[in-house]
Design a protein around this ligand. Structure first.
Ligand SMILES: [Zn+2]
Length: 681
């Protein structure tokens, strides 16, 4: 019965506020004074019976508040967003056999309400997820926020501030053409952030609660929302599904279409469906990534587009000499990442998307499926007001002439005519040595280009075999001294201890980025040999199993299979894994060594090499110094009685000398890095 109270009270408050607004601000009486008074009394009576009083109730003496600015507040708990998808397949994969809750994804501004001792204490915006803005002064101007709740714990309620499509149309209808608002989401967002709560009130913002987990009686999200319903909140439209056995993409699609219709009938602006695990503890156990919680995903109906301006078109070169146009534009923030470039695929797509591209052209960019930046379209009919960006007649990498290739009805493709165009090799090695790949310092594109022209590097493994071989020659070359050559060789040597993830990034496997590379490492059980042992096709093959891994769509699975099938790529791969040593990424990082500084001298026995020991120390919060000084905590040396200069210095300064074994004891015998035997089979 209490749910009825909540609904009735929200309806009455909304209606009475509308009447007041029309009367005071537009000089129109929707109802007679008598009717108003009767409804007012009715509301007071309902509030009295149920104990539900909304912050914006006309029965409350609503003193409007004006603040001078919005204070920044740190959230008690981070308000991260969810990973997004546009694929029904991902939804099925995500739910697996767990109970899931499907909710409207409200298109508004996320708010967190905090109640202390049963009283509304604070309302804050999401901001960057860690810090938001305090907008408590506007609580009495937003529908659906109870002033009090019968719960004395500190309670956080999450939801969305929205303006219904109907209210939005009405607000705009009353405004002259030049003052009309562009979209409901921005209006809601701008309204709740107003300094003057009177302005916010006129915008008819309402709070739709989608997370009241702290009110849950049985550990499910549904129970929390049901409780919130009873307390006067307006809760999100939702459906629960007890696992999804045998659900097809068609089923999901149909359910989403129905939910969309439902939103239309109540005029709620939604831009997708949120899917969350109903079991709160299970959801929590999945943890988070840097940007997202893992207990849910958001299915988006559309990719949002962002306006920006073209600054250039660059051409990247592929293995076969294809020159792919890449749009370079003014930075835009999409899903928390700065985006400045997007592939235009080929000349045909470039022309159909941008017509005649020019510097300063207004373009609209999205992240397709939240992953791949894409120029969606340009501003129609914009006069050309910058330098036109024509495709190059000579290859920007080798200077050979280019030509446009076109097969029958296929797209127009720009190709470099140079034999062995240096561009493709340069790209190959540039990725290989990059920071997130093999992380080799001192090999700039310019240096790599020199090595390629000298014929020193062609295969990846040449980095490890050919460069050291030519080190003497190199130190005599212009721009290189002995010192810089030593630094390069050191860096090459250091890169030999790496992770499988880094190698997968380094290998230029098409469509495989950092995130996928990390998944691949797990997929191959962190054993480089498994790549070769596993079949490609068949029931237990790479294709079948990889397609079940989160984040791997058909295109990526295809890329991995194609790479695995290529004899050339596999030869290169085998050469490399015979040279490299793989460590598992430290999966447990502690601060056990924090505040301690170490110096390592002599040979190491328990660890693969010094680099590995260094990474263990650093991942546990310690520092590594090159020489012993007064700040040194320990000198690690297996020969405690050695008469080396470092040992002498340590003894002089009273720095304790420990063996590797003693070092392990410092860590509580915990080895966070497991060396893996190198070599094949
Ligand atoms: Zn070329």
């Amino acid at each position: 019965m209490t749910i009825d109270y909540s609904k009735k009270i929200n309806e009455l408050v909304e209606y009475l506020n509308t009447c007041r607004d029309e009367y005071y601000n537009h000089n129109r009486s929707i109802i007679s004074d008598k009717e108003y008074d009767d409804l007012f009394d009715k509301l007071a009576e309902l509030e009295n019976e149920s104990g539900i009083v909304l912050s914006n109730s006309p029965t409350q003496s609503v003193g409007y508040k004006v603040v001078e600015g919005l204070n920044k507040v740190d959230h008690d708990k981070p308000m991260l967003s969810l990973d997004k998808t546009k694929s029904y397949k991902d939804v099925i994969k995500f739910c697996d056999d767990k109970d899931a809750l499907f909710m409207h994804k409200m298109d508004g501004l996320t708010l967190c309400l905090t109640y202390k001792d049963g009283i509304l204490y604070r309302v804050e915006t999401r901001g960057d997820g860690i810090t938001g803005e305090d907008i408590t002064h506007n609580a009495n101007s937003i529908l659906g926020i109870p002033k009090t709740i019968p719960n004395t714990n500190t309670i956080h309620i999450y939801g969305e501030a929205i303006i219904t499509t109907k209210d939005f149309e009405y607000i705009n209808y009353k405004l002259p053409e030049s003052e009309k608002f562009a979209n409901a989401r921005n209006l809601a967002s701008g309204s709740v952030r107003q300094y003057d709560s009177n302005i916010c009130r006129n915008r008819k913002v309402r709070f739709i609660c989608w997370n009241a987990n702290e009110l849950s009686k049985d550990g499910t999200m549904t129970s929390g929302l049901d409780e919130a319903d009873k307390l006067g909140f307006i809760t999100v439209y939702r459906r629960t599904r007890l696992s999804l056995p045998n659900w097809t993409e068609e089923h999901i699609k149909e359910m989403f279409e129905n939910m969309k219709l439902r939103a239309d009938t109540v005029n709620y602006p939604i831009d997708g469906i949120v899917i969350m695990f109903n079991n709160i503890e299970y959801g929590k156990s999945l943890g988070r990534t840097l940007h997202h919680f893992r207990n849910g995903i958001a299915f988006k109906f559309y990719d949002d587009t962002y306006e920006t301006h073209l600054t250039n078109i660059e051409y990247s070169i592929g293995k076969t000499g294809t020159l792919t146009p890449v749009a370079i534009f003014e930075p835009v923030q999409i899903d928390g990442a700065t985006v400045t470039r997007a592939s235009l695929s080929n000349l045909s797509i470039m022309k159909s998307t941008l017509n005649k591209p020019f510097v300063g052209q207004t373009i609209y960019v999205s992240k397709r499926n939240q992953v791949i930046p894409k120029v969606e379209y340009c501003l129609e009919g914009e006069p050309i007001h910058g330098e036109e960006l024509l495709f190059p007649l000579v290859c920007p990498y080798c200077g050979a002439s280019t030509y446009v290739e076109k097969d029958n009805n296929g797209p127009e493709i720009l190709v470099c005519t140079g034999n062995n165009c240096i561009g493709s090799l340069l790209r190959k090695f540039s990725t290989f040595v990059s920071k997130q790949a093999m992380n080799i310092d001192g090999l700039s594109d310019k240096t790599l280009e020199k090595f390629i022209k000298l014929g020193w590097i062609h295969k990846y493994s040449d980095i490890y075999t050919q460069i050291p071989k030519h080190s003497h020659e190199l130190s005599k070359m212009e721009g290189f001294g002995e010192k810089s050559v030593t630094a390069i060789l050191d860096s090459i040597e250091k890169s030999k201890t790496t992770t499988l993830t880094k190698l997968f990034i380094a290998l230029n496997i098409e469509n495989i980025g950092k995130q996928n590379a990390a998944e691949l490492e797990k997929f191959f059980n962190n054993d480089p040999n498994n790549v070769l042992k596993m079949n490609i096709e068949g029931p237990n093959g790479i294709r079948e199993r990889l397609s079940k891994v989160n984040g791997f769509g058909d295109i990526m699975v295809d890329s991995v299979c194609k790479w695995r099938r290529s004899a050339n790529d596999m030869t290169e791969y085998m050469d490399l894994i015979n040279i490299l040593t793989f460590t598992k990424k430290a999966d447990k990082v502690t601060d056990k060594l924090s505040g301690m500084s170490f110096v390592i001298t002599g040979s190491v026995n328990l660890y693969k090499n010094r680099n590995e020991l260094v990474s263990i120390i650093e991942s546990n919060g310690g520092k590594v110094q090159s020489g012993v000084n007064k700040d040194t905590t320990y000198l690690i040396n297996n020969d405690v009685n050695s008469s080396s200069s470092k040992n002498k210095k340590a003894k002089e300064l009273g720095v304790k000398i420990i063996s590797e074994e003693e070092f392990n004891k410092l860590l509580g015998n915990e080895t966070t890095t497991k060396p893996i035997k190198k070599g094949l089979f």
